[in-house]
Design a protein around this ligand. Structure first.
Ligand SMILES: Cc1ncc(COP(=O)(O)O)c(C=O)c1O
Length: 445
């Protein structure tokens, strides 16, 4: 049987059975997975082999920012794959030259050089390595409500419970306080958060600290948008102590928040910035670490001790350059910004109708709704790092009604592709509206 014939014949049931039999799933008890089979996708819609349509309200893992099935990116991949598939990273290619130049033109401030990786975690690993080599110091500060990837170093930086089974981690990772305490509706005052960071820097010894890592807007751990002044305050503390500021924009970058990079909202330039996901809209794997000129210059005369067989992979780079053109041609960054207030309107309507909505946040099309069991005192509907019967029931309801999104603890992410129409956005929120009745029934007092 040819591969094509086998593919054409496969039903959802067969895909699930064989995939479960022979392949491993991320973050799962293998015997408990219940995957959905997808045959193809277009725009914001995923289609099962049997033809059912599912609205992608999370751009998969907040990464297919331009939407599915864009022929312009597919053509660029095909063209590059036809011309040159691979050379090792010591060679250069036209696509590498062009994408490097293009990224330099959209990166904040004087960042104008990138090291290409295969994804977000590898970008984080290499940012950590660059910061240590640059400063000659070894400690890295990171927060609890943070995800930085699943490789060993990135997992050590990760503060959320996904770290627990992977401990002990890297020596030298030290936590500093989050802008938002779990289980509270509002962020801490900026001064308090910054004081917390300053205390940690003092107690650890600034001369031992290479870098302060932060997701500019925290992603999976709650779309936590820092209050104005926080990002600038972190920059100032890093400057004062000769510590590199590393912004992780793997999820927040590439238009998700309505600007090219989330950090642009606060007119701040980090020393290093990690990227992935939206850099190709995940049509092919790619990540990057961007660096400011002063960092890049150091490595003109200092050895960079790092490398990856697939760094600057031509076909991934072609997918990226074409994706960046789509953002521009279709005005998707501006579109994300313009749809931000529309999403907020939907969030507000849900909050007004449902006693289970405790809080909601969004910037551009980066959004989330937090559900509660009680408004006062504020009590999340699921425990920290866990789930609840209501959240499981909401998850099943959304699946039955053709809406895919990420549910983390008691929170529902609302992060559709940036090409979503206002009608499609409304359609998604209509499905959520009905699902929230499940949570409403659990509200006490
Ligand atoms: C902020 C952030 N950093 C790093 C990563 C890791 O990226 P990857 O899964 O491509 O390794 C992620 C993935 O979700 C992320 O959200």
């Amino acid at each position: 049987m040819t591969v094509t014939a086998a593919r054409r014949a496969m039903t959802s049931e067969e895909m699930v059975r064989l995939s479960k039999q022979h392949t491993f799933f991320s973050w799962s008890i293998q015997g408990a997975v219940d995957p959905i089979a997808i045959d193809h996708a277009k725009g914001v819609w995923l289609y099962t082999p049997e033809g059912s349509a599912i609205l992608d309200f999370c751009s998969q893992l907040m990464c297919v920012n331009i939407g599915h099935g864009d022929q312009r990116v597919v053509d660029a991949i095909t063209e590059q794959a036809t011309r040159l598939q691979f050379v090792q990273p010591a060679f250069v290619t036209e696509i590498r030259a062009r994408l490097g130049e293009k990224l330099a033109s959209i990166l904040p401030g004087d960042m104008d050089k990138v090291f290409f990786t295969l994804g977000g975690a590898e970008a984080v690993e290499n940012a950590m390595k660059l910061a240590r080599l640059y400063t000659g110091r070894y400690k890295v500060l990171a927060r609890y409500r943070a995800y930085h990837g699943a490789t060993f170093g990135a997992m050590s930086l990760t503060g959320d419970p996904r770290r627990w089974p992977n401990e002990p981690g890297l020596v030298g990772v030290v936590r500093y306080p989050d802008t938002h305490r779990w289980g509270e509706r509002e962020p801490r005052p900026v001064e308090e958060s910054l004081q917390g960071l300053e205390d940690v820097i003092r107690y650890e010894g600034p001369h031992t600290i290479a870098a302060v890592f932060l997701e500019t807007i925290v992603g999976t751990n709650g779309v936590l948008i820092p209050p104005d002044g926080y990002i600038q305050g972190v920059r100032e503390l890093c400057d004062r102590h000769g510590i590199l500021m590393v912004a992780d924009e793997v999820m927040a970058g590439f238009g998700r928040s309505g600007r090219w990079f989330a950090i642009d909202h606060w007119d701040t330039v980090p020393d290093l910035m990690t990227m992935a996901k939206g850099i190709t809209s995940s049509y092919l794997p790619l990540g990057a670490v961007a660096m400011r000129r002063h960092v890049a210059e150091r490595f003109e005369t200092t050895m960079f001790s790092g490398g990856l067989t697939y760094s600057s992979h031509p076909i991934s780079l072609a997918a990226s350059l074409a994706t960046l053109r789509v953002y521009e041609e279709d005005g998707l960054i501006e579109r994300s910004a313009a749809l931000g207030p529309v999403m907020r309107g939907h969030h507000e309507r849900l909050a007004a109708r449902h006693p289970s909505v405790g809080a909601h946040r969004n910037l551009g099309l980066f959004g989330i709704i937090d559900l509660v069991r009680r408004q006062d005192p504020y009590t999340p509907i699921a425990p920290f790092g866990g789930t609840s019967d209501e959240m499981k029931a909401i998850s099943s309801h959304l699946r039955e009604h053709g809406l895919y999104t990420q549910i983390v603890g008691g929170s529902i992410h609302t992060n559709p592709p940036l090409c979503i129409s206002e009608d499609e956005l409304a359609q998604g929120f209509e499905i959520l509206d009905a699902a929230l009745e499940i949570a409403d029934r659990a509200v006490l007092g």
